[in-house]
Design a protein around this ligand. Structure first.
Ligand SMILES: NC(=O)NC(NC(N)=O)C(=O)[O-]
Length: 381
């Protein structure tokens, strides 16, 4: 028998098996169920900083759809209520009801949906549906569909009958107050997602990890591009230190706005070593000019930097920029004496210290452009 009149006993297949306990005071993350997923090192294609947006939802009665893409973890303030209920940091719909008094539960097919425009079209490798703080009001199941529609379609165009959506995640039970990860297979390039909550509920955050596949025709039309920008398919590979803020951020679009917007490592105390970060270009490119920005890094900018490049996975590293003194909080521009043809670059910071942004101006080589065109075509939806 239930020990508490508020609790009900459920049979196997218990639809409440994934519930979190009610908030019991103190740190609301104390009983959060985090996940360790193999794909979270890949770029978040639904990052608002890349231009992603939640462009429509059928219902957002309790909490707005835009919250899904906020970078920071969801916050929960037990005291905060508004005119419509508990203020929740996520996308939350109202409780669905059945057709009549005899059928008070929603129909099996009932669900709520939100449409997400990816900031950069690409191949999706994994999705995190984070239900942080949604303990008794998380969706019973979620599903995710994807489509590829070029240009800048509005919600009306995306919802038209002729738009084909492919199921990436079929309706699947999720846990409340938890990071729910879904690995995605298939190598197609997508532009938009539809996230569904069955039958209703709340999701705090959505992350869509994968690989950017830029449009080769667009890059060719531009001529000189930033070969390492995330939006152009530049990819963070590895770094010596991720202590304060992520080295992957130095290839984000736009300028850094505060110290933690770039890469800041810890103070290095081991002599004769230095910090470094390695990136991969979208394909082979010829670099002609380099920008290194230390914006907002004042007492902790890298003392000196050096830049090396490599052509191919097994190519020999060679020097693009020799060890060069940096100023704090300053944009530095370097015109190279000769084009550097590379597929990978490694930025060294001596002995340690932050870099806010790096830009590598140049263009894809003929071989690089052909390779990108092939990948773009192969991933064509
Ligand atoms: N305590 C709640 O969160 N209740 C309701 N939601 C909000 N946001 O008030 C609900 O019914 O899910």
């Amino acid at each position: 028998m239930p020990s508490d009149e508020n609790q009900t006993e459920y049979s196997p297949g218990d639809p409440h098996a994934n519930d979190a306990a009610p908030y019991g005071g103190g740190d609301p993350y104390a009983d959060y169920r985090a996940g360790d997923f193999p794909f979270t090192g890949l770029v978040d294609l639904a990052d608002r900083r890349l231009g992603a947006g939640v462009i429509a939802a059928n219902d957002e009665f309790f909490a707005e759809r835009e919250n899904l893409l906020i970078r920071e973890p969801a916050v929960f303030d037990p005291e905060r209520f508004g005119h419509k209920g508990k203020i929740m940091d996520g996308w939350e719909t109202r409780r669905r009801r059945g057709a009549d008094a005899e059928h008070p539960f929603p129909a099996p097919e009932d669900h709520d949906w939100a449409i997400v425009r990816l900031g950069a079209p690409g191949i999706i490798r994994g999705i995190v549906v984070d239900t942080a703080h949604f303990r008794g009001n998380y969706p019973q199941r979620v599903s995710v569909q994807a489509t590829a529609v070029e240009g800048a379609p509005g919600p009306g165009e995306l919802l038209a009958d002729d738009v084909k959506w492919e199921e990436l995640v079929p309706p699947t039970p999720v846990r409340g107050h938890a990071a729910n990860g879904f690995e995605v297979t298939g190598g197609r390039r997508w532009t938009h997602l539809r996230v569904c909550q069955h039958p209703d509920g709340g999701i705090a955050r959505l992350r869509v990890h994968g690989e950017v596949v830029p449009d080769p025709a667009w890059l060719a039309a531009l001529g000189t591009i930033d070969l390492i920008s995330i939006l152009n398919g530049g990819t963070y590979e590895d770094a010596s230190d991720r202590f304060y803020s992520s080295p992957a951020q130095i290839i984000l679009p736009g300028t850094s706005r505060k110290m933690d917007d770039g890469w800041e490592n810890r103070r290095r105390r081991v002599r004769d070593t230095n910090d470094w970060v390695r990136f991969r270009l979208p394909a082979q490119g010829a670099v002609r000019a380099v920008e290194i920005d230390t914006a907002y890094l004042k007492g902790n900018a890298a003392g000196w930097i050096g830049l090396q490049g490599r052509d191919g996975e097994t190519g020999e590293w060679f020097e693009i920029l020799p060890r060069t003194r940096l100023q704090p909080d300053t944009l530095h521009r370097f015109v190279l004496d000769a084009e550097a043809v590379v597929t990978h670059v490694r930025l060294d910071a001596y002995p340690d210290g932050g870099v806010a942004r790096m830009r590598l101006h140049g263009s894809l080589t003929e071989a690089g452009a052909a390779e990108l065109a092939r990948r773009h075509q192969e991933s064509g939806a």
